[in-house]
Ligand binder design. Structure first.
Ligand code: FAD
Length: 460
């Protein structure tokens, strides 16, 4: 708890994961009165139809970085969330041959990431806002239309269809990848902005629970069926089911091969025979016929604020493809970084916003790029012998050098004290050493092989 000399009225746009945590974090500080606006209806109401709930993955992975940010907002919140997660201590690679290989995330085999239900997490954060000491007003069914330089904001009330205007001191946009606040912000600043849709779509499938909520796969792994150009993954849910996602290039989704039931079954039976058994053929075909194909967007901005008036945060400021499982974790970290700066510059919030823009950009740019490169790792490299050799050397060095050698994945997922950009910088240096050692081992094995052949030839 910290004090500000003023009372600022804050509008947060978007009651997704990041918007809710921002509202909660500010509500715990004196000097802010917070109103949270959300386009959709309250997800906790039974009448809220599935179609207006989030269509993205039902579960997601929360890692140390996200947990650290939650803990900073409220230690009790972290423990409440941890009660409802399933820890995943490694990746389980399912080979085409049917063989399974567990690749632990950490040396002790214990550290892991955590699978959590997206809807549950969002609803828990909304509950926290309701019971928060300084209650945050949450206005559902408000679609942001316009933000003005002076903090005047206009909405369409989706129930009455009427326009409504409000005035706030600060406006924080946590309204996701297609942020309206971001497009309004572009009118006031020279906002550098780039986006790229990667050539990959995703389709959500489901592996049902066994009787009595049993799991049909090891529940403490993130399961991956890597097949070079495409892959299947599965994350566990508390009820014994797994949410599985099929990622593939758009061309494959639209190909003749996957254009009818017979083709889909043939493709899955060949590439994922074990998974088809678990998903069930009927359910697989239902998903292909009825579930949407998700697009994957990678988006970067530079400068996230206009003076001390407007700021964007979470996916609104940086959308990343989901292959490092960091989108939400990074958004939660945004909240923590921002609130630290608001505390630091209590007397001049424009300094806080400026420093946020200037310093955060390096980490955000690094993780957006890393997420793209991890797609290649998950779908392709985890199958390659050279990659596995490099991972083994990486592990051996970690074991012998301890904290002086940290694999990139460890730094990103388990070391909230190391920023994303710093992690990349350290990893680049480690990579040079790894490549030398790897080349040495490959050279030695090759040399021994040649020696053997020459020896046999000489003895002939
Ligand atoms: P959002 O969740 O998009 O929330 C934005 C909110 O703003 C929404 O509620 C929306 O209705 C509202 N809104 C939008 N426009 C308006 C408007 N005009 N007026 C009012 N309200 C508005 N991240 C992880 O950390 N781990 C994972 O394992 C992971 N897995 C993922 C898997 C997939 C397939 C995908 C696509 C993403 C995954 N992510 C993961 C990323 C994660 O989902 C996002 O980073 C996270 O949801 C971003 O939260 P947010 O609150 O910034 O945005």
């Amino acid at each position: 708890e910290s004090a500000t000399p003023h009372n600022k009225s804050v509008a947060i746009i978007g009651a997704g994961l990041v918007g809710c945590l921002t509202a909660l974090s500010l509500s715990k500080r004196s000097g802010y009165s917070v109103t949270l606006f959300e386009l959709r209806p309250d997800p906790r109401l039974e009448s809220t139809s599935k179609s207006s709930k989030n269509l993205r993955s039902i579960n997601l992975a929360v890692s140390d970085r996200g947990l650290n940010a939650l803990r900073r907002v409220d230690p009790g919140l972290e423990s409440r969330i941890l009660e409802k997660v399933i820890p995943m201590t490694g990746r389980m690679i399912h080979k085409l041959s049917g063989e399974e290989e567990s690749q632990k995330y950490a040396l002790d085999g214990k550290k892991g990431i955590n699978s959590i239900d997206r809807g549950y997490l969002n609803e828990l954060l909304l509950e926290e806002l309701d019971i928060s000491e300084k209650k945050v007003e949450v206005k559902f069914g408000y679609k942001l239309e316009k933000v003005q330089e002076d903090g005047k904001i206009s909405f369409t009330n989706t129930n009455t269809k009427q326009q409504e205007q409000f005035q706030f001191d600060l406006v924080i946009g946590a309204d996701g990848s297609f942020s309206k606040v971001r497009s309004e912000l572009q009118k006031f600043i020279r906002l550098d902005y780039s986006q790229q849709y990667i050539d990959c779509a995703y389709l959500e499938l489901s592996i049902p629970a066994l009787d009595n909520n049993g799991f049909s796969l090891d529940k403490n792994h993130l399961h991956i069926w890597p097949r070079d150009d495409f892959m299947l993954i599965a994350l566990p849910n508390l009820d014994g089911s797994f949410t599985s996602t099929f990622f593939a290039p758009w061309g494959l989704f639209e190909s003749k091969e996957l254009s009818n039931d017979e083709g889909i079954l043939k493709f899955f039976r060949y590439n994922f025979p074990d998974a088809v058994e678990l998903i069930g053929e009927e359910s697989l075909l239902y998903a292909f016929a009825h579930h949407p194909r998700g697009k994957l967007l990678s988006l970067k901005c530079n400068q996230y604020n206009y003076k001390d008036k407007i700021l964007i945060i979470g996916d609104a400021a940086h959308s990343m493809v989901p292959f490092y499982g960091q989108g939400m974790n990074c958004g939660f970290e945004d909240v923590f970084v921002l609130t630290e700066l608001l505390d630091k510059h209590r007397d001049d919030l424009s300094l806080a916003f400026e420093e946020y823009s200037q310093t955060r950009v390096h980490d955000l740019s690094a993780i957006v790029d890393l997420a793209i490169s991890n797609y290649k790792e998950m779908s392709h490299k985890v199958n390659s012998k050279l990659f596995l050799l490099k991972t083994k050397i990486d592990f051996l060095l970690t074991k012998s050098l301890g904290d002086r050698w940290l694999p990139l994945y460890t730094m990103v997922s388990f070391r909230a004290d190391i920023g994303y950009a710093k992690a990349v910088q350290i990893s680049k240096r480690q990579d040079i050493i790894l490549n030398w050692i790897q080349a040495g081992i490959v050279g030695l094995v090759g040399g021994l092989g040649l020696w053997n052949v020459l020896g046999r030839w000489a003895r002939k």
